[in-house]
Design a binder for this molecule. Structure first.
Ligand code: ASP
Ligand code: MG
Length: 438
């Protein structure tokens, strides 16, 4: 028997505060579209609470309060859910006994949030007559690399067994409800995919199943042209190409986990980002972008910029590689970099400024490079087909004090002094978004 292409629907943690709406949504998908796979996040706040347990491994009293809070957030757990709650208590107790925690042990604890979420909603779905079945992603066979806390799903490696298992349930008319955010490493231990990782689970499953689409249902605002806290005139973006959405996720728009788009793009599965309370204001992410060029502006601020002057400049082979190797081995991530023939500017998280300086100090001592900064900057990125053309036309006062500019045809990134960042964002949004569609 051939099965229709399934729909994958992921619910964010905050949507679970309205279980009746979520259950109604699942019922409609199941009744109207047939095969439906659900992916759930942990309930809002739970991943933070679990993460807080790991900060002081011996703090028994604080842990007891956190565990009580987590218990309160999951009334009416199924039998398996109660087993997972007991397991969480045991894992925390073991950590307290050892007085320390390793990354895989931390992931094991944090992964309980999604398991509790599934086995908290499951009895409610069954009571509503929906033939749901709880599925834990690590047991399902979602395999990841060994990067605990921020792992990558090895889609090609696990697609066949995952597909086989899920399709068996779908053929029986069941609705698999899968934990987002977690998997199992090549070493066979539990992993987590990084904050917001349930989106990524959903698109990876969508790719493995050849889904007709993946819906990411969120509580808050839809995907907007800018962060509404800074730009009240920001508006929903109806359509983004995969490439634009990837740029948007990478540049600090918290709306999507950075790896979410990749599996969908690889297998050409449409993503829809849908607000729970305003389903009409959705964003469709697919192979092509919408009409009209510029899509969105993001602001990452404050971040820090270090300037490295290189005597002899580019005549010296391998300078860029050397700088990036030193930062990488100190665990400092380069957000972006700007180069000329004698100057190399790297942009880092602002908390890593002094680690970054320290990592580069040997270049000063040994190779007579000159290190300047850190300078606090804001990183503005304009994203969309034609972004470079559009930004190049702007009379931007703050460009005069710009610390760096890099561009591709689809994205322009500008580093400006932190005090000018907001003002620049406002004027760019006015010129590139508000005026053009007015
Ligand atoms: N629960 C995880 C987090 O809060 C994953 C997710 O919500 O997508 O980051
Ligand atoms: Mg969450």
């Amino acid at each position: 028997m051939t099965l229709r292409h399934p729909v994958v629907v992921k619910f964010g943690g905050a949507t679970l505060s309205s279980p009746a709406r979520v259950i109604g949504w699942i019922r409609r998908r199941h009744d109207e579209e047939g095969p439906t796979v659900i992916v759930l996040s942990a309930r809002a706040g739970v991943t933070d609470l679990l993460g807080s347990l790991l900060i002081s491994p011996r703090a028994r009293a604080a842990h007891a309060r956190v565990l009580a809070h987590i218990t309160d957030l999951h009334p009416g757990l199924s039998r398996v859910g109660r087993i997972h709650l007991a397991r969480l208590h045991r894992l925390v107790q073991e950590m307290e006994g050892r007085g320390k925690i390793s990354p895989p042990e931390g992931d094991r604890i944090v992964s309980q949030g999604e398991r509790l979420s599934v086995y908290w909603l499951l009895p409610q779905l069954l009571a509503a007559g929906i033939p749901a079945v709880g599925v834990e992603a690590d047991r399902l066979g979602i395999v990841t690399d060994n990067e605990y806390g921020a792992s990558t799903i090895l889609v090609a490696r696990c697609a066949a067994p995952v597909r086989r298992t899920l399709k068996r349930w779908l053929r029986d008319g069941r609705v698999p409800v899968v934990t987002g955010f977690i998997g199992r490493s090549l070493q066979g231990r539990v992993t987590t995919l990084g904050r917001g990782g349930s989106d990524y689970t959903a698109t990876a499953l969508g790719a493995m199943l050849g889904a007709s689409r993946v819906e990411l249902v969120k509580r808050g605002v839809p995907v907007l042209t800018a962060d509404p806290r800074w730009i009240p005139a920001a508006r929903p973006i109806p359509r983004l190409s995969y490439v634009e959405a990837e740029e948007l996720a990478q540049f600090g728009a918290k709306i999507l986990h950075p790896l979410t788009v990749e599996p969908a793009r690889d297998s050409n599965v449409e993503i829809r980002v849908v607000p729970l309370n305003d389903p009409g204001a959705l964003t469709v992410i697919g192979p092509t972008s919408g009409p009209g060029g510029m899509r969105a502006l993001t602001l990452l601020s404050p971040v820090c910029l270090l300037r490295i002057r290189v005597p002899g400049g580019r005549q010296r082979p391998g300078v860029v590689a050397e700088v990036s190797r030193r930062l990488t081995s100190a665990g400092v991530n380069i957000i972006t970099l700007f180069t000329s023939s004698t100057l190399l500017s790297v942009v880092l998280e602002s908390t890593r400024a002094s680690d970054g300086r320290k990592a580069l100090q040997p270049l000063v001592d040994r190779d007579r490079m000159v290190l300047e900064g850190p300078y606090k900057v804001g990183l503005l990125t304009a994203i969309g087909e034609g972004a470079l053309r559009d930004v190049a036309r702007l009379p931007l006062a703050s460009l005069r004090r710009g610390e760096g500019l890099s561009a591709t045809p689809r994205s322009v990134t500008l580093a400006v002094p932190v005090r000018e960042a907001r003002r620049t964002l406002v004027s760019m949004h006015r010129a590139l978004v508000e005026r053009r569609r007015a």
